[in-house]
Design a protein around this ligand. Structure first.
Ligand code: ASP
Ligand code: MG
Length: 430
């Protein structure tokens, strides 16, 4: 928190600070929200929560009123957790997990004030309007924009405002959340509504790298990247940004900075509408837990309407398709990740049955998607042999290239995924 305060001090233009919960807190709250029946275990979790916040409180001078606010919230959590133990619900879960951000913003606002930065705490639920889809609510942009301009903007003009990421409220005033990791998304939504000049995301990694440095230790930091490239990376599994985060910034063309609050001196990555350099090959992303469905039918041979029928079935079962590759009598596709849990998506039995009436169906798991991200990737003359050369010793199950100028995707066996990334990175980026 002190490091974050110095980041804020370092830039006089900072108007709004959107923060997440203290480390580990949301996970504890989710656990309580799922319903802990055993009173002793529930008490243990509540104590852990209190300790996390008390440790920060103890380091803050003149903390009486903040301590009161924190204790009141811990009491609320105890009441809600007890209710969740008997009848858990998604609405109750949102009310519970929102307390993490409600707590951290109390502490952080006070910390800024003790450091000589005049700051005020604002309850994000007064401005961030969402629908009532608890757990993963959709922001309502028109309403949010007018509430932000009415309630938040005047405060920002006077002093630094601290608010909660991740949480909002529906039109009845019920607390909602934007889904795990949603604080960055909140920040982007508020930046959009305020027409901010820039959005800075201070996280625990020093920006975007050519690939995950834990997989390829020679991964290099990228100082500037375009919105299209960065959103491809987020989509294809790079964990730096919540995949929705860039959308509001792109709509308003707000440059986004990503850096590490633990090492601000290391700099980070600027994401802009257009980057000064747009190299053919920019980065590699990896997404595991992929499901591939292969459909095969002789009826496809020189026929029409077959694919339409197949996609009709998928649409009726609300199955979102990710990659597709077709030949004359078969089509392979991968299924989109639906839940935030990150498990492999499955083809529902009813859909499988309907598809089986049209063709033979094969479903495979244990696959990973390797995405090569770049620019003008339709023009690979001179690089194709390097790309495929690096993959020579691996079995590639599916290749998707051509539809997007910004990516080329390979589906490989799960156990090959990291070696594939390492081989490609060495050949193309080192
Ligand atoms: N605190 C929330 C979570 O852990 C939101 C966030 O971290 O962005 O998911
Ligand atoms: Mg987080």
């Amino acid at each position: 928190m002190r490091r974050c305060a110095s980041v804020i001090k370092g830039n006089d233009n900072t108007r709004l600070v959107v923060i997440s919960a203290c480390s580990g807190v949301t996970n504890l709250l989710v656990e309580l929200a799922n319903g802990i029946h055993q009173e002793t275990i529930r008490q243990e979790r509540l104590t852990t929560l209190a300790v996390i916040h008390d440790e920060v409180l103890a380091k803050l001078p003149e903390n009486t009123s903040v301590a009161q606010a924190v204790n009141a919230l811990i009491d609320d959590i105890a009441t809600l957790a007890e209710a969740a133990a008997t009848s858990p619900s998604t609405q109750l879960t949102d009310s519970l997990v929102a307390c993490g951000e409600l707590l951290s913003t109390h502490l952080f606002t006070h910390l800024l004030n003790t450091q000589g930065i005049s700051a005020v705490r604002f309850d994000a639920r007064e401005a961030l309007r969402t629908n009532s889809l608890f757990g993963k609510a959709t922001p309502q942009l028109v309403e949010t924009s007018s509430l932000v301009n009415e309630k938040l903007r005047p405060l920002c003009e006077r002093q630094v405002v601290v608010t909660q990421g991740f949480i909002g409220a529906d039109d009845k005033g019920n607390t909602t959340t934007l889904g795990r990791g949603g604080s960055d998304y909140s920040a982007a939504l508020l930046a959009e509504a305020l027409h901010a000049d820039t959005l800075e995301i201070w996280t625990d990694v020093p920006g975007i790298y050519t690939t995950d440095p834990r997989v390829a230790p020679n991964a290099k930091p990228i100082s500037e990247i375009s919105f299209s490239e960065a959103s491809e990376m987020a989509n294809f599994g790079a964990k730096i940004l919540h995949p929705s985060t860039l959308l509001p910034a792109m709509r308003q063309e707000i440059p986004v900075f990503v850096g590490s609050s633990k090492a601000p001196q290391q700099g980070g990555t600027w994401i802009r509408k257009t980057a000064q350099r747009s190299p053919l090959l920019r980065a590699l992303a990896l997404r595991s837990n992929q499901t591939m469905v292969t459909l095969n039918s002789l009826n496809m041979f020189h026929a029409y309407g077959f694919l339409a029928e197949v996609f009709n079935v998928l649409a009726r079962h609300q199955i979102s398709v990710d990659l597709i590759s077709t030949s004359e009598v078969s089509v392979s596709l991968t299924l989109d990740q639906t839940d935030t849990g990150g498990g492999a998506p499955t083809l529902p039995d009813a859909a499988l049955e309907e598809l089986s009436a049209l063709c033979t169906v094969k479903v495979e798991h244990g696959l990973s998607l390797v995405a090569l991200i770049g620019n003008h990737m339709g023009e690979t003359r001179g690089t194709a042999s390097k790309i495929f050369g690096a993959m020579d010793q691996f079995n590639v199950r599916l290749i998707c290239s051509g539809a997007s100028d910004h990516n080329m995707c390979f589906l490989v066996n799960e156990e090959d995924s990291k070696p594939v990334i390492q081989a490609l990175h060495e050949r193309l980026f080192e």
